[in-house]
Ligand binder design. Structure first.
Ligand code: FES
Length: 114
């Protein structure tokens, strides 16, 4: 018995594009998420947990679990399953917790003026 696949590739999905992951050049199919492209290239470690450093990789592929966080073009904590891969992207694994932004010189007010 044969069955049709449940998923269809987006237009342009067969065209190969060049990206890098942790400075390793990769040629991946376009027309899909960064997570899908990296998985197709054999990448299975996307980030490390802040506490134990345990390896993590995409789980839900729909923006719910946050296991797929990577740095994309210098921006940390991007959900790679929610970003479309583009030619020339520089992607890095996210190691532990990202840095906090610098402390503001003036105290920040909340919506209640406190
Ligand atoms: S794989 Fe779950 S949020 Fe990206």
């Amino acid at each position: 018995m044969t069955s049709k696949p449940l998923f269809r590739a987006l237009p342009g999905a067969d065209a190969l594009i060049d990206i890098s992951f942790n400075d390793q050049p990769l040629r991946v199919p376009g027309g899909r998420s960064v997570a899908a492209a990296l998985l197709a290239a054999g990448i299975d470690r996307f980030r490390a947990t802040p506490v134990s450093g345990a390896p993590r990789a995409p789980y839900c592929m729909m923006g719910a679990c946050f296991e797929c966080l990577v740095e994309i073009d210098g921006v940390p904590s991007r959900q790679s399953c929610m970003v479309t891969v583009r030619d020339g992207m520089r992607i890095r694994s996210q190691e532990g917790a990202r840095d906090l932004p610098p402390v503001a010189a003036e105290p920040l007010e909340n919506a209640h003026g406190r």
